[in-house]
Structure formats: C-alpha cells, structure tokens
Design a protein around this ligand. Structure first.
Ligand code: ARG
Length: 397
C-alpha cells in the first residue's frame, strides 16, 4: 500500500476532499499537484486550499508551453478529431498531467499517484494507462471511485474538515478546460434532445459582427505566426481563441462513445483549435502528394481513437507520430481564414512547396497539360470495366 502519493489536483471540490479523505482513510501523505494547461485560475488560492485540506506539499506546474508544443501540435499535425468531431481537449491534457505527476513522485519520493475521476469516464482510463506506461511501479489511487459520497456528502465533508471550497450544492455542469478547448457536460444536457442553454458557452460567446480575415502561417505542420506576428504555439493558440471565439465558431454538440461503453452527450467549444485544424488541413491539400494525403486521412481516425482511449504513450501512437512527422516535411505556408458570425472558412492558401501547378490546372492559354496523353490513360483506366461489361453484365443484371 502506498505511503506517499502525488494527487492531480484541480482545486475543485472533489480533489480537495480527495486530499483529506486519502489521509484519513488510506493513511497516506498527499502532495497536491496542479497543472496549468491554460485553464486560467488563481493558483495561490488553489495551493492554499490544498494545504488547508492537509497536503504536505502543494505544487503548481506551468505546463502551457510544453502542452502546446508536445501535445497540441502533434494532434494538429494529425488533424485528429475523435469520431470526426472532437479535438480531444481533455484527452490531451491527461498525459501531460501524468508526466508531471510521475516526475513529482520521483522528485519527492512518492510511491503512488492519485486522481479524482469517477468510474464512469474516460479520464480515469487516461490517468491510469498513462501512469502504467511511464511508471509501471507506481500505485494509482482513485478515491472518488470507491468512497461512495454524493456531492452533498462531499460538501459536508469539506465543511467538517474546514476545507475552504467555493462549490454550491447545485452544481450545474462538469467543466474541463485548457488551451485546446473546453468541455461542458451534465445538467439539462443529459437529455440529448435538450438544446444546450446559452449560458454554457464561454469561449464562443458571440460579440463580433464585422467579418475579418486572419492569416495563419505554418512551418512543417506547426502554426508559427498569426497575421505575420510570430508567436510560440501556446500564445498562438490563445490568440486564435481570442480572435475566433467572438464569432461563435467552434461549438460542438455530440453524443460520443466513451471508452467504458457509455454513450454520452457532450458539448465543447474549441474556437482556436478547430480554426487551426481547418487551416492546417487545407494547407495539406496544396502540399501533400495525393497518396500520402489519402493514407494520412485514413490514419487520422485511428490516431484520434488512440489518444481518446488513453493510449498517448503507446507503441502504435509513437509509430503513427513518426508517420505524421514525416508527412509534414513540406507543410509550410500560409492560409487565409475568413471569420463571419458563426462561420470560419478558408479563402486562400499558398506555399513555397505547393504542388499546385498553374500550367497543369489552367484552362487558359498557359495550359501545359498534354491532352493527348489523357486519351490512352483513360482508355486503359477503364479497360477492366469495359471487359467486364462486355462479358459479364448480362447475368448480373
Ligand atoms: N468527454 C470528454 C472526454 O472524454 C470530456 C471529458 C471532460 N471531463 C470532465 N471532467 N468534465 O475527453
């Protein structure tokens, strides 16, 4: 049984109660670790709450730069959207948090890590599978899965132990957010027919009315500048959220398949990441050779599934990263995005490595395409079907 654990601490009700509950019921020492993945927060309040709950140490790690560079960028290069829609917001932050839990466990001589996830979600899977991959020797504690307390019980428990929480009895939604987007679940949205109330949206509250253009520059598949201004990726993503969000673009409302077999109604807002993905995919259209582009498209779904299912650290994911990186060698150039209320769409793209050949494409006088070659090509292309039609179609009709 573990003696000292590092807890993934958010500062919310559940993880605050986790601190005290593990001390009292499991006899462990708790180190609380809060990871800044761009969700914003009063970190002083978070650390003092962890201490008040009984943590021997409360750490805050600023992961924003690493999160953008090592987690968001690969997913963007892979155009990874789970079930063709969800840009993996929460799925993406768990492995970076686990990296830091493990590092802190090593630094502070802990023999376990802990999380505050329930038994019904994907996040427990991601925390535990990532930990198994990075530190198979560490024990994982999941108190929320076993303590059998309701939300009211938790609030009473916090009161009793003088843990200063801000939660009210009526918690409307379960929210998880970071640089890459925001997930909002529960409340009235558990009825998949019910329209999400306006109040759930935060990053995509519509205030902009005037159309505007924004140009994104990429180097080898990674976004490096917005409207000519070079920015490190974590700042760039934040900028895109600020620019695109007020147009109300980037909202998702879907029923998705959780790893644990539950269909769940989810709403997300991810203005920056979805706009970047739109631009990135478009730039691939002009820079990727056809077969490479098609094969990549096929693998993108698989990539998204692996990340969603908690297999960020896995041999297949590593191998797919190598494929994706190789594919991005020439994905360098610029994309023009047009923003209008509720819309974001591509209006232009260019690249020094563009495979678009004006002479081949044009119908004007500059046409350099050899039309005569087409005749033989099309005849041979259709030869198999022609032979089939002559010999076999009668009996199949
Ligand atoms: N369904 C999404 C996912 O599995 C979002 C999870 C959000 N987590 C949360 N604690 N609200 O990635």
């Amino acid at each position: 049984m573990a003696k000292r654990v590092v807890l993934a601490y958010s500062g919310g009700l559940d993880t605050s109660v986790c601190v005290r509950w593990m001390i009292d019921n499991l006899g462990v020492e708790v180190i609380a670790l809060a990871a800044d993945v761009g969700q914003g927060g009063d970190w002083d309040a978070v650390t003092s709450r962890a201490k008040a709950a009984g943590a021997v140490e409360a750490l805050v790690v600023d992961c924003r730069e690493e999160f953008a560079r090592d987690f968001c960028a690969p997913v963007l290069k892979a155009n990874a959207l789970y079930e063709s829609q969800y840009p993996l917001v929460s799925a993406l932050s768990r492995p970076v948090i686990v990296k830091h839990l493990v590092a802190a466990a090593r630094a502070h001589g802990a023999d376990g890590v802990a999380h505050g996830c329930t038994g019904k979600g994907n996040d427990q899977v991601r925390f535990e599978v990532s930990t198994a991959a990075l530190a198979p020797d560490l024990e994982v504690l999941a108190p929320v899965r076993v303590w059998g307390m309701t939300r009211e019980d938790c609030i009473a428990y916090a009161d009793k132990h003088d843990i200063p929480i801000t939660a009210s009895k009526e918690k409307l939604y379960s929210i998880d957010d970071n640089l890459w987007g925001r997930a909002i679940e529960c409340g009235e949205m558990e009825d998949p027919w019910a329209q999400p109330p306006d109040g759930v949206w935060e990053m995509t509250r519509r205030t902009a009315t005037e159309p505007r253009e924004v140009t994104v520059a990429f180097e080898q598949g990674v976004p490096v500048a917005v409207d000519g201004e070079r920015l490190p990726m974590h700042t760039l993503v934040a900028r895109m959220n600020e620019v695109v969000g007020p147009y109300g673009f980037g909202r998702l409302d879907m029923v998705e398949n959780r790893r644990v077999g539950i269909k769940s109604r989810e709403t997300y807002e991810a203005p920056g990441s979805l706009a970047l993905m739109l631009a990135h995919k478009d730039l691939e259209g002009i820079t990727l050779e056809r077969d490479l582009q098609r094969e990549k498209l096929r693998l993108e779904h698989r990539y998204a599934e692996l990340v969603y299912d908690g297999l960020w650290f896995s041999p297949l994911k590593q191998a797919l990263d190598a494929f994706v990186d190789a594919s991005q060698a020439y994905v360098t150039g610029e994309v023009r995005l047009m923003l209008e209320p509720n819309r974001c769409y591509v209006v232009g793209r260019r690249s020094d490595y563009s495979l678009y050949d004006y002479g081949l494409a044009t119908y004007d006088a500059a046409d350099s395409f050899n039309h005569e070659h087409a005749e033989g090509f099309v005849r041979l292309w259709g030869l198999g079907v022609q032979t089939w039609a002559a010999r076999q179609t009668q009996r199949n009709a």
